[in-house]
Design a protein around this ligand. Structure first.
Ligand SMILES: NC(=O)c1ccc[n+]([C@@H]2O[C@H](COP(=O)([O-])OP(=O)(O)OC[C@H]3O[C@@H](n4cnc5c(N)ncnc54)[C@H](O)[C@@H]3O)[C@@H](O)[C@H]2O)c1
Length: 402
């Protein structure tokens, strides 16, 4: 049973903590006191992490949460699972990683294995994390370093930490071996690659593949509409091909911490090497512009102007069945509606509270735009909630939409 510290107890960190604590002693360090207090009461804030299992892990002594860096002092393995957002210029913001490195340097007093699970550009473990911990540490320990990028899909139950293949690579053979030992305590399928850079790049490419294909289908949705054919029927038709085609669905845009963000990490590294990242940049633009397209379609169907019209946006999380609103396209749709003078409300019982405002009751507007459709939502009630309903999800038969 290894002593493991996991820095960051959000979607990734808490999910790993829940699995790792079945066979290891885990300390979950998070800078958010509220999150830590609730975790120590056995209340999970992450879809897919069961509060009952969390309580059981706490009672058996295999899990505790803390805000105190000193509590990770006796860890043998430290996993970094902190945010890696973009800054205001859409460039990688490694400030959370830097802060996690500071915590490690300050509190760890013996050699440990440091594993990074936060998504970042190739070279992060070798050229950023390792030298920074070394620089910030008063005593210069020979820590070992590895990368194992996270593939969790919050809310998903068919693919979890146990059965999703996990990439990993250490900076040294010994780091790789220890990383394998740790993850094999809860993951059945470990795939070693030849260098941390390959693992880091693979993670970015996985999400870039999704970003580019989503942009392509979003562009195609606009072409299909201009042609006067159903994009969904056409995609279903294309999907009858048993090879060489993979179906992606059009939407109001992309959201979450991964698809709108990770490709820009790849574009950043490409730029620094003097290589154009044309597809990535254009895909990003197409996805960001989808909100404008949705607003223009709704306006066109409603006399050409939404000025003074009451519009309700239904579903504001970035994908169904989660409460996560990070980078949600609903935000851009709402901004676009307000820009053209619409009076906007939003409804989402799964999200509940957003930007300090509670979800309004369903209905009460002449126009509704469905951005995200949770499974728990009553489709008939949505269809009846306004005289005109525009669906961006393709899951609401009877509504207008993409
Ligand atoms: N959410 C996903 O589906 C997903 C999937 C794969 C990879 N990732 C990657 O995993 C990383 C973490 O993402 P997430 O979704 O778990 O983020 P999150 O925002 O859900 O959680 C991050 C947590 O880290 C805490 N934190 C921030 N800085 C800290 C610090 N210095 N010390 C201690 N705690 C700190 C925050 O309070 C927060 O609770 C990112 O790099 C992300 O790109 C996320």
């Amino acid at each position: 049973m290894a002593k493991v510290a996991i820095i960051g107890q959000g979607y990734v960190g808490l999910t790993i903590a829940a699995f790792a604590s079945k066979a290891n002693k885990v300390v979950g360090l998070d800078s958010n006191q509220k999150v830590v207090d609730r975790l120590n009461q056995g209340i999970s804030h992450i879809e897919g992490v069961d509060s009952a299992a969390l309580k059981a892990a706490i009672s058996s002594g295999s899990y505790e949460a803390t805000t105190n860096g000193a509590d990770i002092a006796d860890a043998e393995i430290v996993v970094i699972a902190v945010p890696t957002p973009l800054d205001k210029d859409r460039k990688p913001d490694l400030s959370f990683i830097e802060s996690a490195c500071k915590t490690i340097a300050k509190n760890i007093k013996h050699p440990v294995l440091v594993i990074n699970e936060s998504t970042s550009f190739p070279g992060t473990i070798r050229n950023v994390i390792k030298p920074l911990i070394y620089k910030l540490s008063l005593k210069k320990f020979e820590h070992e370093y590895a990368i194992s990028p996270e593939r969790v899909d919050p809310g998903r139950i068919d693919w979890d930490q146990k059965n999703t293949p996990r990439l990993y690579a250490g900076l040294t053979p010994s780091a790789s071996k220890r990383t394998h030992e740790f993850y094999s305590t809860f993951c059945d399928n470990l795939v070693e690659v030849s260098s941390p850079e390959v693992a880091e790049a693979a993670k970015l490419f996985e999400n870039t593949f999704r970003q580019v294909n989503i942009a392509l289908v979003n562009e195609f949705a606009q072409i299909a509409h201009a042609l006067g054919i159903s994009v969904h029927e056409t995609l279903e038709a294309a999907n009858t091909k048993p090879y060489g085609f993979m179906k992606f669905n059009p939407s109001a845009g992309v959201g979450g911490h991964c698809i709108p963000v990770d490709p820009s990490y790849l574009a950043h590294v490409a730029e620094s090497l003097g290589v154009p990242a044309t597809f990535i940049e254009r895909a990003n633009e197409v996805n960001l512009e989808m909100s404008k397209y949705v607003v223009s379609r709704v306006a066109a169907d409603n006399g050409g102007s939404l000025k003074g019209k009451k519009v309700q946006v239904i579903g504001v999380s970035y994908k169904p069945n989660v409460a996560d609103t990070r980078e949600t396209p609903a935000e851009l749709v709402i901004e676009g509606l307000k820009r053209v003078g619409a009076e906007v409300t939003w409804h989402d019982d799964v999200v509940g509270t957003w930007h300090g405002q509670d979800s309004s009751a369903l209905g009460g507007s002449e126009i509704a735009i469905v951005v995200t459709l949770h499974d728990v939502v009553d489709k008939k009630a949505v269809l009846a909630s306004a005289t005109y309903v525009f669906d961006t999800t393709g899951k609401l038969p009877g509504a207008k939409g993409l």
